[in-house]
Design a protein around this ligand. Structure first.
Ligand code: DAH
Length: 319
């Protein structure tokens, strides 16, 4: 840059010198002017070369596919263009962290699965009406965007089976995105998130399951909670329960205001068998519930559709 300054100064000097042309004898003016001009052209060429080199150096790569404004070097004018984590993902991380603290392994569910994992491996009899409860989408090849994270139970049991011998238990949670053929309204979305839990050992029981679930919800909502269960039906658990918590006062709940948070139960012997685990030797329990519902209660959200709406005003609330 010093060189550039020097050249610019030289150019100024030349211009000052040119102003003296009137003092030069008439017959020498042409020669004087030509000489000055040649020098000036040389200096200008050098300046242009230096400036070009400098520009080439400073050009940073930009994302030419980005929408207007993102590449502007004025972040203070565009604070909202800096992305942020989606609230559901922040909360999903929190959910998984709590289970990890409780000693659970974590695997992620798939976004495309098959008939076997969606139904057969979960003890849905062929042509059983329970299949209709999970009316989902299918690809032309017959694959299924999973309607629940339970599709992963068979895989989780197989993947962690060796832990039964090594550690005496399987303990795994499976967060994932699920899809349903729903009529969308304030409490129903076609796309949402669930977290599945699977636990197997020689002598586990329902009491332990309720203890784990209570523990999880109390950690998530950071307070003591009243819980309640009622009978439910799922082909993959026997017995099956619906697990409810009393809506805490701090979150706008009244006494006796119970909300269903998830489905759960003792893993059906057929489900263990299909994963190669002997139901005479081992028992298990499992549960699965929506993350969206969990988050809606925590933040007092009345409409589940906000999550998938891409509404920036909504997303900014969580920055
Ligand atoms: N997959 C069920 C649903 O989405 C919820 C569920 C019920 C999961 C019982 C489980 C379970 O693991 O044991 O409706």
């Amino acid at each position: 840059m010093q060189e550039l300054e020097r050249l610019k100064q030289e150019l100024k000097n030349l211009n000052a010198k040119a102003a003296q042309i009137r003092e030069i004898a008439a017959e020498k003016r042409a020669e004087f002017g030509r000489k000055l001009n040649t020098e000036k052209q040389e200096i200008l060429a050098q300046i242009a070369a230096l400036e070009k080199a400098e520009l080439d150096k400073e050009v940073e790569p930009i994302d030419v596919t980005a929408w207007s404004g993102v590449n502007e070097p004025m972040p203070e004018l565009y604070p909202t263009l800096q992305g942020s984590k989606h609230p559901l993902m922040t909360e999903l991380d929190r959910v998984v962290e709590i289970y990890q603290m409780m000693g659970f392994d974590v695997i992620e569910s798939r976004q495309l699965d098959d008939e076997y994992h969606m139904f057969d491996s979960l003890n849905f009899a062929k042509d059983h009406p329970a299949r209709d409860g999970y009316d989902t989408f299918r690809t032309e090849e017959g694959l299924i965007p999973p309607a629940h994270t339970s599709t992963m139970q068979n895989r989780a049991l197989k993947q962690f089976k060796s832990k039964l011998k090594e550690e005496g238990q399987i303990a795994v949670v499976v967060p994932g995105r699920v899809y349903r053929n729903e009529d969308v309204d304030a409490t129903h979305e076609h796309t949402f998130y669930q977290c599945e839990g699977v636990y197997v050992s020689r002598d586990c029981n329902m009491g332990q399951m309720l203890g784990i679930l209570r523990d999880f919800f109390e950690k998530y909502y950071e307070q003591k909670l009243n819980i309640r269960t009622q009978p439910g039906y799922f082909p993959f658990t026997e017995p099956s329960l619906e697990f409810m918590i009393e809506k805490p006062k701090s979150l706008g709940g009244k006494k006796g205001d119970y909300l269903e948070m998830l489905g759960c139960g003792m893993i059906h012997p057929n489900v263990l068998k299909m994963a190669g685990i002997d139901p005479e030797e081992y028992h298990g329990f499992a549960w699965g519930g929506g993350i969206d519902r969990l988050v809606m209660l925590r933040y007092g959200l009345k409409d589940v559709r906000y999550f998938e709406s891409g509404n920036l005003n909504f997303l900014r609330e969580f920055k």
